[in-house]
Design a protein around this ligand. Structure first.
Ligand SMILES: Nc1ncnc2c1ncn2[C@@H]1O[C@H](COP(=O)(O)OP(=O)(O)OP(=O)(O)O)[C@@H](O)[C@H]1O
Ligand SMILES: [Mg+2]
Length: 362
């Protein structure tokens, strides 16, 4: 029997991308088809390396060849990715900007932002993280970079700040430019200028995702960033208590205002339940159960996951090594799953913004 390229395309035309609800061939996701006798190989270009449906799509491809062409075919699938983008983010080379926000302070934005950035990078994406919290920068401590000072370099005749690279991601924090012992009395216009410089005057290079750790609430920094840079979407962090949920709603309200208009990628519930390290199967819902999920359904946005309350998270934050890099257990799984869901929502949002056509990549 002779297998043809057309047969392969026809067979894979039966495989639907579950999120984008179109087949892989229409979406232009199949490339490099090679056939030698019964050996069939091809690449599937996913919209993110952090795709949670990777294994499912690969299986569906194998089944389609076996079902529609021949059970004898020996199939080799190369699962690869090219992260999509939908609009100019205002930062050259950066495909997607993801803002991590909450209404209330101290709910775990910085923890979520750091572990999200590292989770995306772990899957193979190129990632940057901006700590835009002028009043209480966290990245220097969380990444063990206290006292670090970024270098400046001259690129195309312009002076550029070089982000600091650590654990495979590029970082900039307003805290790299201030003295923690000398509090700076920031005024509105200074804040706005300083924050814009973190985006505009830095040499970010090519990034799939630039994650922004925002300060609590809804202030100048949020407005500056969202009005200057087209943010791909916002991740809202809340804890299960009613007061946090009410504040999270206010945070969401700000992003939905017509003048700001940033899509909400979903809600992450942090400190969902307490788990003692020695009894990881025991879950104590000390602040109530299901609040984050309820908020997500009220707002009609995806729920991106529950992150348990464990002492090791705050220890790891203080020790300068974020949790996702430290243990191989419940926390790493919670953060990795969350990062995949965020990447999935970015891909869906990009596909929607691009309309019905094939997936555009820049
Ligand atoms: N799931 C968790 N389990 C245990 N400790 C946590 C968890 N999430 C965050 N923490 C700890 O709670 C404190 C506050 O977290 P974090 O700094 O991430 O919050 P934030 O929302 O960024 O705060 P701020 O509003 O001040 O910016 C930190 O000490 C952090 O290590
Ligand atoms: Mg913070």
């Amino acid at each position: 029997m002779i297998i043809t390229k057309e047969q392969v395309l026809q067979a894979l035309g039966n495989v639907e991308e579950p999120d984008l609800k179109k087949d892989l061939v229409t979406l232009n996701m199949i490339q490099d088809i090679h056939i030698e006798g019964l050996n069939v190989s091809f690449s599937v270009i996913l919209t993110t390396p952090a795709c949670p449906l990777k294994a499912l799509i690969e299986n569906a491809c194998r089944n389609a060849i076996s079902h529609f062409i021949s059970k004898e075919a020996v199939v080799s699938v190369n699962m690869t990715s090219r992260v999509t983008t939908q609009k100019n983010t205002g930062v050259p080379g950066v495909k997607n900007i993801i803002a991590v926000a909450s209404g209330k302070g101290g709910v775990g934005k910085s923890t979520v932002a750091a572990n999200l950035a590292l989770g995306l990078a772990k899957s193979g994406a190129k990632v940057g993280l901006i700590d835009a919290d002028i009043y209480g920068p966290s990245v220097p401590i969380m990444f063990g970079l206290e006292g670090a000072r970024p270098q400046a370099s001259v690129v195309d005749g312009k002076t550029r700040i070089e982000p600091i690279e650590k654990y495979g991601i590029k970082l900039l924090s307003i805290g790299f430019f201030t003295d923690p012992n000398q509090p700076v009395p920031w005024r509105g216009p200074m804040v706005s200028t300083a924050v814009k410089q973190l985006f505009n005057d830095a040499d970010w290079g090519e990034l799939d995702y630039l994650v922004i750790d925002l300060p609590p609430g809804t202030g100048d920094i949020h407005i500056t960033i969202t009005q200057t840079f087209p943010v791909t979407g916002a991740v809202i962090v809340t804890t299960p208590q009613n007061v946090a949920l009410a504040d999270a709603k206010k945070g969401v309200g700000m992003f939905m205002m017509p003048a700001i208009n940033v899509p909400i990628l979903g809600v992450v519930e942090n400190m969902s339940y307490f788990t003692p390290a020695e009894l990881p199967d025991n879950k104590y819902y000390i602040f109530g159960k299901g609040g984050g999920q309820k908020l997500a359904s009220q707002l009609d946005v995806p729920f991106l996951g529950e992150i348990p309350l464990v002492k090791s998270i705050s220890d790891s934050g203080d020790a300068g090594i974020p949790t996702i890099l430290q243990e191989d257990g419940v926390m790493t799984k919670a953060f990795t799953d969350m990062a995949q869901r965020v990447a999935q929502q970015v891909a869906i949002s990009n596909a929607k913004a691009l309309g019905n056509g094939a997936i555009a990549t820049v």
